[in-house]
Design a protein around this ligand. Structure first.
Ligand code: PLP
Length: 395
């Protein structure tokens, strides 16, 4: 009998983390690898946030806190939701976890029974299906094509819904495509969801602040009548370059928030007290650098999209946000190039050109690859040259 549980056997390690690890190993072995696999901003955490953490340490803010967040952080989150999303939550409707990842994991653990279905539009963030599987649920993957801008259409949503559907996950701007849903598109989806009163919506808004036209950013609870069955998840990782601090949060119905707290109380308890103090400053302090950094990301996006579209055999849409592009390599998978799959393309690219990217199949849509442009323009320039010469040599 195996020591490993059956539920663990249902899942695999995160493929994006695996790519970053491989790139790190090659670099350590002396190879000049450019890693475009990581999902984190290359910028440093702003100083005002670091100082708040130092102050918290010096001030003795070093003990257990309330399981799902300090009153100060919950207050800051409530203010953020009201100001930026016009969403009104009470303290009992807010939860804080060790990263958005933990909030999502807790939500599935707290709500899924065996056989419950979760609709996941593909391409998707790699962790959604595995988290659902681990919690005993069933991922219902709905492929969204390049022609649909990689977004879920009302017709596809309608078709995917069954009596067993418990959640729909929406992620805008998206990892891995950077695509964002317009207000009109969200409203259309919500009209269908309004008819299915048992379905809950998990809105993963972690890339909200890396939206190139912030005035057009909307989250579903804000533009529908579905707030009472929506969990609106967000966090400080991407917006404030705080991936290592591990703070994520959500606003949602009291019943779900309470259940999430129960899971957390028997697993990790509170997120780090120091990180929570830092997150209070992130949310309440100056927001000015968000704009400056978004501008820089936009410059990089424009450069990367243009460079990729100049490569024969590669096609790349222009995304609205996040720091990813999701180009197609389908035309390069043929007898002549001797490459059959996106995974082979990505492996060869790393081996021959020293550029690490992630295969589209890891995100549920083969024939593509994901590039994270959260790295310096200098590195991006070299990487684009390497990808171009690699692709040209394939033909
Ligand atoms: N959701 C998406 C779409 C992500 O890309 C990530 C991180 O890569 C997360 C959630 C989780 O972020 P964190 O746990 O750092 O808050």
């Amino acid at each position: 009998m195996s020591i490993i549980s059956n539920s663990l056997k249902r899942i695999k390690p995160s493929p994006t983390i695996a790519v970053s690890q491989k790139a790190r190993e090659l670099k350590a072995a002396g190879k000049d690898v450019i890693g475009l696999g990581a999902g984190e901003p290359d910028f440093d955490t702003p100083n005002n946030i670091k100082n708040a953490a130092i102050k918290a340490i010096r001030g003795g803010d070093t003990k257990y806190t309330a399981v799902d967040g300090t009153p100060a952080l919950k207050k800051a989150i409530i203010k953020k939701f009201k100001k930026e999303n016009n969403l009104k939550y009470s303290v009992e409707e807010i939860t804080v976890g060790t990263g958005g990842k933990q909030v999502l994991y807790n939500a599935f653990m707290a709500t899924l029974n065996k056989g419950d279905e979760v609709i996941i539009p593909a391409p998707f963030w790699v962790s959604y299906p595995d988290m659902v599987l681990l919690a005993g649920g069933k991922p219902k993957i709905v492929k969204c094509s390049e022609g649909e801008n990689f977004k879920l259409t009302p017709a596809k949503l309608k078709k995917a819904i069954s009596k067993k559907t418990k959640w729909l996950i929406l992620n805008s701007p998206s990892n891995p495509t950077g695509a964002s849903y317009t207000k009109k598109e969200i409203v259309k989806l919500s009209k269908i969801l309004a008819k299915h009163k048992k379905i809950h919506i998990l809105s993963d808004d972690i890339y909200e602040h890396i939206s190139y036209d912030k005035s057009k950013y909307f989250t579903i609870a804000q533009v529908s009548n579905l707030k009472n069955r929506t969990l609106t998840m967000n966090g400080v990782s991407k917006s404030y370059a705080m991936t290592g601090w591990r703070i994520g949060y959500a606003g949602g119905p009291k019943e779900i928030i309470k259940a999430i707290r129960k899971v957390q109380s028997q697993s990790t308890s509170n997120p780090s007290s120091i990180s929570q103090a830092a997150a209070v400053e992130a949310l309440n302090g100056t927001q000015s650098f968000i704009k400056t950094r978004s501008k820089e990301f936009k410059k990089r996006r424009d450069f990367v999209v243009k460079s990729l579209n100049n490569i024969k055999g590669v096609n790349c849409l222009t995304p609205d946000g996040a720091f990813y592009v999701f180009p197609s390599c389908k035309k390069l998978l043929n007898k002549k190039t001797k490459l059959k799959t996106d995974s082979e393309f990505v492996e060869k690219l790393l081996e021959k050109a020293n550029v690490a990217v992630v295969q589209g199949s890891a995100f549920g849509l083969p024939g593509y690859f994901r590039i994270s442009y959260a790295t310096s323009m200098q590195k991006l320039k070299v990487a684009m040259e390497r990808i171009k010469s690699f692709c040209n040599n394939l033909n």
